[in-house]
Design a protein around this ligand. Structure first.
Ligand code: FES
Length: 67
């Protein structure tokens, strides 16, 4: 996966950036894409960003686990 910038817009409908997802994971100790969706409203409208939300979430969780 290419390097994500925190300003990278992941969900257009709800204006959720990669940074918003990372921050939600860190501050709320989220463990799954479903929890990220609930906390940030990402993928809550048209749903077309679901794959991106899922990969940003899983990528970040995997990175956190490795250190
Ligand atoms: S782009 Fe995320 S719900 Fe539409």
């Amino acid at each position: 996966m290419e390097k994500m910038d925190k300003t990278n817009l992941i969900c257009f409908c709800n204006a959720v950036t990669a940074g918003d997802i990372w921050e939600a994971i860190d501050t709320k100790n989220l463990k799954s894409t479903g929890e990220v969706m609930g906390a940030t409203y990402a993928a809550g409208l048209c749903g077309s960003c679901l794959d991106k939300v899922d990969s940003v979430t899983k990528d970040y969780l995997a990175r956190r686990k490795s250190h």
